[in-house]
Ligand binder design. Structure first.
Ligand code: SAM
Length: 311
């Protein structure tokens, strides 16, 4: 899978790509990332990427021309043309209308190449999913991360200032995406969040293939619901719920002892305890998730009991 990031701050991503799972995934080329400096697609002395908003008001807006140029350099045509052809790279935007010259040759891009990563120029362009990071976007969720992980190529356009000229959204972007109900100063943090959450779902990125499936927000799957005898089949299994609490050594810390159930080696008991903890946490912190979760009769009984306790 390949990510393309369009940004005015390419240096932002250096440390993000240089640590942990993402660093390893890049080094092993399980994922590749291109970071494209928007300012490299300006043509004036000051490398201007922004301008004042029509209609007045606060702040500046990212101009459409450099954005259209960087996208063209990545082989990305406007949506209308993309839908016609089998591959974005084969479709060249037609001349005129947009106030920029769309017949731009792919340029040498301002790709940031942190050590150990494999950033390449975009000579090959599988059909892309173009995403505008925006506080006004569709909420980013684990389900959406799973959806993106199935894509070959995702382009992330990072806004700054008051945002991006809306025509870029209309002409090029398949989706506006928000990482939460708050306003960041730029799309770079959001892009990093999207890349991190998505790439860890790619085959081979996590040591244990199953582990992402069984984390918080895991697929609400009947496989991991509680079986007839009241014991969940899976040792883990978030199944649309939040994860259960985790403990490691020492068994006693800060006056708190690890729950006895986790120490006694009875795996049925452990599974039952973990399922109950998932239900407790979800009910306390994210009761909205219970609606979409796969709940067994035993789960519902437990939930009732937990609700009774707290009343
Ligand atoms: N005027 C915009 C609004 O009120 O929605 C906020 C613009 S914000 C200061 C600048 C840029 O940060 C946005 O264009 C977007 O790319 C990014 N951004 C801000 N909040 C975001 C969020 N919650 N999710 C994703 N991107 C965000």
């Amino acid at each position: 899978m390949r990510f393309e990031i369009v940004t005015i701050f390419p240096g932002f991503f250096a440390s993000i790509f240089d640590n942990g799972i993402l660093r390893r995934a890049l080094a092993e080329e399980l994922v590749t990332v291109g970071v494209h400096d928007l300012r490299a697609f300006t043509h004036d002395r000051h490398r201007t990427v922004d301008d004042r908003p029509f209609g007045g008001g606060e702040g500046m807006v990212l101009k459409p021309e450099p954005l259209a140029e960087v996208l063209a350099s990545l082989g990305i045509a406007p949506k209308a043309e993309r839908q016609e052809g089998p591959q974005a790279a084969e479709s060249i935007p037609s001349e005129g209308g947009g106030g920029f010259n769309p017949r731009i040759k792919p340029q040498s891009i301002g790709a940031l190449a942190p050590e150990g990563s494999s950033l390449q120029e975009s000579s090959f362009a599988p059909r892309p999913r173009v995403i505008l990071l925006s506080a006004q976007g569709r909420p980013f969720t684990q389900a959406l991360a799973r959806e993106l992980a199935a894509e070959e190529r995702v382009v992330l356009v990072c806004g700054r200032y008051e945002g991006v000229d809306e025509r870029i959204n209309q002409l090029y972007c398949d989706m506006e995406l928000s990482i939460g109900d708050y306003v960041l100063s730029g799309g770079e943090l959001a892009a990093a969040v999207v890349i991190d959450a998505t790439m860890r779902l790619l085959p081979g990125v996590l040591g244990n293939e199953a582990s992402s499936e069984f984390e918080s927000f895991g697929v609400a799957d009947a496989e991991i619901a509680v079986a007839e005898d009241g014991v969940p089949r899976s040792q883990h299994g978030a199944g649309g719920l939040l994860d259960y609490p985790h403990y490691t050594r020492p068994a006693e810390f800060g006056g708190l002892r690890v729950p006895e159930t986790l120490l006694n080696g009875d795996h049925s008991e452990i599974r039952r305890w973990r399922r109950e903890q998932q239900l407790r946490k979800t009910l306390a912190n994210r009761p909205d998730l219970l609606e979409g979760a796969t709940l067994s009769k035993e789960d519902r009984r437990l939930l009732e009991a937990i609700r009774d306790e707290t009343e």
